[in-house]
Write a protein that binds this ligand. Structure first.
Ligand SMILES: *Cc1c(COP(=O)(O)O)cnc(C)c1O
Length: 343
């Protein structure tokens, strides 16, 4: 089976399992786990921020960030297809009591002007407390629903400074920031410099079984530890999983470009088929969304022929490339899927 449903389905390699088995551990709730501490220091360094906090999932990392940056009643601005708005189960409303203002973007990105148009202009004749407080903007790079698309650094810088000018804090959902950097050549720290806090995942393209990290200033992370505990994210000998994340960070970043070229060859093959359509301009990294007449038929038939993908609508299908798919398997999957589409 060539499994293209997600880049989260990878299984830890022998070397990663060995690193996990051999990890030196302590009690992370007491901040006493040397491997977790090593991971947190290394990730903060790589992203050019003061401090980092290891948590079980990207969702928890984002939710803690939203809770930290807002008060109940605040408004959070994000792109219409953002993971925080669409796939975190209303968590922003539940955990933080905020509402969301959604900007329809292009390939998951929006501009500083769109941000300025979204945040209401206060009229000097009215008191500030008659305006909803817009206090946070969240960006997503790469943008999952838009197809793993990569933000232009200059646009991020513009949005970041516009947000600061409007008095908004800035959080980056960088679940796949590693892919963005591999595709663009921009250092992850340069993306991180445009925002206050960043969430990164080790369980997507980097191939670790569990774990995400929230990074930011030392004060921010010290305070955020309270919410990690409150949200049930306090873990004990989590050095076992942090060792997998460290191994992933150190060994699997450089190979992400392979996944990107596999997604490229796959999407070009789909574009050549009669019945498949794909926006080749949206294929920046490892995620391919494409459309066919009957997604249910194509997904089922491909599954029977050994290629698993996700059906995301009557016509929409997703295929994601990751470290358990070789170039030969990517080419084989492209042939199988193109043949099924044009059956
Ligand atoms: C997967 C993902 C997350 C959440 O990560 P989990 O570890 O699955 O909770 C957040 N943001 C984006 C863009 C993602 O793709």
């Amino acid at each position: 089976m060539i499994d293209l449903r997600s880049d989260t389905i990878t299984r830890p390699s022998e070397a990663m399992r060995r690193a996990m088995a051999d990890a030196v551990v302590g009690d992370d709730v007491y901040h006493d786990d040397p491997t977790v501490n090593e991971l947190e220091e290394e990730v903060a360094g790589v992203l050019g921020k003061d401090a980092a906090m290891f948590v079980p999932s990207g969702t928890m990392s984002n939710q803690i960030a939203v809770r930290m940056h807002t008060q109940p009643g605040d408004v959070v601005v994000l792109e219409a297809g953002a993971h925080i708005g669409g796939h975190e189960m209303g968590g922003a409303a539940h955990h933080s009591g905020v509402t969301l203002a959604r900007i329809p973007g292009t390939h998951g990105m929006f501009t500083a002007d769109q941000l300025r148009d979204t945040v209401p202009t206060r009229h000097p004749s009215l008191p500030d407390y008659l305006y909803e407080p817009y206090t946070l903007v969240c960006l997503e790079n790469t943008h999952n629903e838009a197809g793993g698309t990569v933000w232009d650094l200059a646009v991020m810088e513009d949005v970041g400074s516009a947000a600061a000018g409007l008095g908004l804090a800035r959080h980056l959902d960088g679940a796949r920031l590693w892919n963005a950097s591999a595709a663009s050549g921009v250092d992850v720290a340069d993306y991180a410099a445009t925002v206050d806090t960043v969430s990164v995942c080790f369980s997507k393209g980097l191939g670790a079984p569990v774990g995400s990290t929230l990074v930011g200033s030392a004060d921010f992370i010290a305070e955020a530890r309270r919410f990690k505990q409150m949200f049930g994210g306090g873990m004990r000998q989590s050095g076992i999983i942090a060792a997998g994340a460290l191994h992933a960070l150190r060994t699997n970043r450089s190979r992400l470009t392979d996944d990107h070229s596999h997604a490229q060859l796959f999407s070009e093959r789909i574009a050549e088929s009669e019945g498949g359509s794909v926006d080749l301009d949206s294929i920046h990294t490892n995620i391919v969304y494409f459309e066919v007449d009957d997604a249910a038929r194509v997904v089922q038939h491909c599954l029977d022929d050994g290629v698993a993908m996700l059906k995301l609508g009557d016509r929409r299908i997703r295929a994601v490339f990751h470290l358990d798919v070789t170039e030969a398997e990517a080419a084989k999957a492209a042939d199988v899927v193109a043949a099924v589409i044009d059956l």
